[in-house]
Write a protein that binds this ligand. Structure first.
Ligand code: N2P
Length: 365
């Protein structure tokens, strides 16, 4: 009788040891909330291989406003807000201030010129953005068009570039982003107005333009699903982040079609934006989030993500490996003067409220 008791004790002890060993080595899962089609296919798996203690679970969103809404009710460890949304989240106290010493690749590789851009009218907020968030990819907003259907714009005046979007000739064949700042921004840009105006008369004009466009042109509102429609020729033209245009070129190439089927034009005074990696204040695993962010700032990783998504990398080392036609495309890598001639979106209570109200009326129309 004595042996089995000892045996049972030994077995129990072994089982307890095995359990605690498993607990020690169980990986931590971090929750990553990213834009759709915005990270190379192998990046997460490669990160997990290099960091066996961390797993990454990714979900996607397709507008800053959708990201903002979801943050209210869900805890993520890493998010990818655009500049104006970073500013809003900082002002609302919703971001965790990372230990930048744990993200050395940011300071080592990311283009310091981005820090000179005024992402908020308040320089104190603008400069704080780089204490809270790390540039991921950046881009501009322009016109994508089918070269067979739409003539190349006569100039880079916004009214010339965006003209097809409001032309009933292209009824049912125009793409608009289901994203309020981009769509309202196109109308403001055509009207020669600031992308951040809060003047009621100016905003009313932009709203009327988008409503008339819905009646006359019946645009298709979407985000990532628009790309295949440009590639197939179903859509004649649309508003597009330059990165989406580059992804469309890749899709044309994969389909064995001619890249010359699609053109892209950048109007004067259009939007320039940076998407940042940030950690929400209610993140459960900020330390692991920092490890992941640092990994995303490695030159070879940033290069792969930029090449997959089509958007521009802020990583100076990665930029050296880009094909010349990409690196020298001013819609993808604008120089200082070009950046200064473009406009960033701002966030303020007044802007956020007024633009949301317009957007709701346009969508409801
Ligand atoms: C689209 C990614 C868009 C990022 N797939 C725009 N901020």
């Amino acid at each position: 009788m004595r042996m089995p008791v000892i045996l049972a004790l030994v077995l129990a002890l072994l089982a307890a040891l095995a359990l605690s060993a498993a607990a020690c080595s169980a990986p931590t899962t971090i929750y990553f909330y990213n834009w759709g089609e915005y990270i190379a296919e192998n990046t997460i798996a490669d990160f997990e291989k290099a960091n066996p203690g961390i797993k990454v679970s990714m979900k996607t969103f397709d507008s800053n406003e959708a990201l903002y809404q979801t943050l209210e009710s869900t805890s993520f460890d890493v998010i990818v807000p655009s500049d104006y949304m970073v500013a809003r989240l900082i002002k609302e106290g919703k971001l965790y201030k990372p230990d930048m010493a744990a993200i050395p690749n940011n300071a080592k590789y990311n283009d310091p010129r981005l820090k000179a851009v005024a992402f908020d009218p308040d320089p104190a907020v603008s400069s704080q953005m780089f204490d809270y968030a790390v540039p991921y990819l950046f881009c501009t907003v322009g016109l994508i068009y089918s070269t067979a259907d739409v003539p190349a714009p006569a100039s880079d005046e916004p009214a010339d570039v965006w003209a097809p979007l409001f032309d009933p000739k292209y009824k049912d064949r125009i793409g608009m982003y289901d994203s309020m700042r981009e769509s309202i921004g196109v109308a403001l840009n055509v009207l020669g107005l600031s992308l951040n105006t809060v003047d009621p008369a100016e905003l009313a004009k932009a709203k009327d333009m988008l409503i008339a466009q819905k009646d006359d042109v019946r645009p298709i509102y979407g985000i990532d699903e628009l790309k295949d429609k440009y590639v197939s020729g179903e859509l004649a033209a649309g508003v597009a982040w330059a990165g989406d245009y580059v992804m469309c070129l890749d899709k044309l190439e994969e389909a064995g079609k001619d890249a010359g089927q699609l053109g892209f034009a950048l109007p004067k005074g259009t939007n320039f934006f940076v998407d940042f990696l940030a950690i929400p204040k209610n993140a459960k695993h900020p330390a692991e989030a920092q490890v992941f962010i640092d990994y995303l700032c490695r030159p070879e990783v940033s290069l792969a993500d930029s090449e997959y998504a089509g958007y521009s990398t802020p990583n100076l080392e990665a930029q050296k490996s880009l094909p010349e036609e990409i690196r020298s495309n001013p819609a993808l890598y604008p120089d200082d003067a070009a950046i200064a001639s473009l406009e960033v979106y701002y966030s303020s209570d007044e802007i956020d409220e007024k633009y949301s109200a317009i957007w709701e009326s346009v969508m409801a129309h």
